[in-house]
Design a protein around this ligand. Structure first.
Ligand SMILES: *[C@@H]1O[C@H](CO)[C@@H](O)[C@H](O)[C@H]1NC(C)=O
Ligand SMILES: *[C@@H]1O[C@H](CO)[C@@H](O)[C@H](O)[C@H]1NC(C)=O
Length: 475
């Protein structure tokens, strides 16, 4: 049986060659088509000719099957051009190995052309020559960078984070930051005049809002792969300020999702946004709490922003009321929280410190460089460990964070290292329980370049009402 089949194929081939010779004199579209399999067979184990129901003798330009975004042939003529046969032509029609399937080796296992594996953030494909061909992206977690930071005397330590492993550096910058640099007009916004003399004002060596205002400073959240630090830092600073200002009568954790989904005018949701736009929204529309409008970290990219589920309407005297129930159906407290207009602080370190000590945490814009992602502990300063690498390994993007305090660390030589204590929005397993310390006084990563403070909009009536809520719950 097998013998007969083989001789049939042989016969067909003879016929095929005869046809081909005749046709070669006038070159046709098919012969001029670009070869399908130059980079190795994609989908080498797919069934095409088999699913078509067989192979065609000689040349038959209608003997095709859809293949990826084009077509492939199952006629015997395709073997002459090699280029346009379906992946299973050789195996199915001729019973031989395709001429350009290579085998690659990995951990003692054999792989064929077209098979892949992922090495950190790069996809490696077994090429036709039997060599692995890997993408060359810079990854967010580079083990040599971690090693170099930890070996060097940089004042901080680096670590691997499983939530970043396998992402490219570009993806880290695209999905984990998300604050647009303020426009020139905003950057030129007047700084408030502080009633202090930076030279003579005595400020403590160490200050932490968490210790001065226990129970009123909110813990760092996790933005996940959503580039919305603009919403996270704004909501966090407003939450702390309202809690401090109301002396703990209200301690709302304001909802970043409310901003991401509803503050959509000139804002990019999970693709980045502006802090001035976020403050405008907090002032004019207001937002509810995180528990009322919970964060839904995106499961895929590009991230979906989600429909806005919470509008507010004016109820007079500048106050607003929610027009919907909480998206979280277990929560009945859909109170709207608002702020007053934000104010810009000067870049003077002392003035920023005084503002934090008097009024609470501030919002700061900063440039995040490649090494910041692997920060684990210590006083961060951008290092030179990637300076000798290709430019693709050295990238940065704009982020925003919440500064909650400061301190100083004594060096062995008697000098000291000054730092800010700041909250990030990459979860509590990142850095020092979600916080980081960064060099203070040198505008490190531009962290002192654009600092914002704000007041919550709180009336005596608010204090009374919320106080009541509070009391009633405890009786
Ligand atoms: C098909 O093409 C390959 C590679 O060019 C060649 O080695 C093989 O002999 C051809 N097979 C037939 C049956 O023509
Ligand atoms: C980092 O962690 C991942 C798993 O979370 C692991 O697969 C990887 O080998 C680690 N990389 C380094 C450089 O330690």
């Amino acid at each position: 049986m097998k013998l007969i089949l083989l001789s049939v194929v042989g016969l067909l081939l003879v016929v095929g060659e005869g046809t081909a010779d005749r046709i070669l004199s006038r070159r046709t579209k098919r012969e001029l088509a670009s070869p399908l399999h130059v980079g190795g067979i994609r989908d080498p184990f797919g069934s095409y000719c088999q699913r078509r129901g067989g192979c065609c003798p000689g040349r038959d330009d209608l003997c095709t099957v859809p293949y990826l975004d084009t077509i492939c042939y199952c006629d015997l003529f395709c073997n002459r051009t090699v280029s346009d046969c379906c992946p299973d032509f050789w195996g199915h029609c001729l019973g031989v190995q395709p001429p350009f399937i290579g085998t690659c080796e990995r951990n003692g296992n054999r792989f064929f052309t077209g098979q892949t594996y992922k090495e950190n953030c790069n996809l490696c494909t077994c090429g036709t020559t039997g060599r692995w061909e890997c993408e060359q992206h810079a990854c967010l977690i580079e083990s040599d960078m971690i090693r170099a930071v930890n070996r060097g005397n940089y004042g901080w330590k680096a670590a691997n984070y499983s939530q970043f492993y396998g992402m490219t550096l570009d993806e880290g910058i695209r999905f984990r930051l998300g604050t647009q640099r303020p426009s020139r007009t905003i950057m030129n916004m007047n700084e408030i005049q502080m009633n202090m003399d930076p030279q003579t004002e005595q400020l403590p060596l160490y200050f932490n809002s968490v210790e001065k205002w226990p129970g009123k400073i909110h813990e760092p959240l996790d933005q996940g792969n959503c580039a919305a630090s603009w919403a996270f830092s704004t909501a966090a600073v407003a939450s702390d300020r309202i809690s401090i200002q109301s002396m703990g009568h209200m301690t709302p954790q304001l909802s970043p999702q409310n901003l991401i989904s509803c503050d959509t005018r000139n804002q990019g949701g999970c693709a980045g946004g502006r802090v001035d736009g976020a403050w405008w929204y907090l002032r004019r529309r207001g937002v509810v709490t995180e528990d009322c409008y919970p964060y839904r970290p995106p499961q895929q990219t590009p991230a979906e922003v989600g429909r806005c589920m919470m509008q507010s309407r004016s109820i007079g005297r500048g106050k607003r009321q929610a027009t919907q129930r909480c998206p979280n159906t277990h929560n009945y407290h859909n109170d709207i929280y608002q702020s007053t207009p934000p104010y810009r602080l000067s870049s003077n370190e002392k003035e920023i410190m005084k503002e934090i000590m008097d009024n609470g945490p501030v919002q700061a814009i900063m440039e995040v460089h490649e090494d910041f992602f692997v920060y684990k502990s210590g006083i961060y300063k951008h290092t030179d460990v990637s300076f000798t690498k290709l430019p693709q390994y050295r990238k940065h993007g704009t982020h925003s964070v919440r500064i909650i305090g400061w301190g100083e660390e004594r060096n062995f030589d008697g000098t000291s290292k000054k730092y800010w204590i700041a909250a990030n929005s990459w979860g509590k397993n990142w850095g020092e329980d979600g916080y980081f310390r960064i060099a203070r006084g040198d505008n490190e990563c531009e962290i002192e370049a654009f600092v914002i403070g704000v007041w919550g909009r709180i009336t005596m009536e608010d204090m009374h009402n919320h106080h009541h809520h509070h009391r009633r719950r405890h009786i």
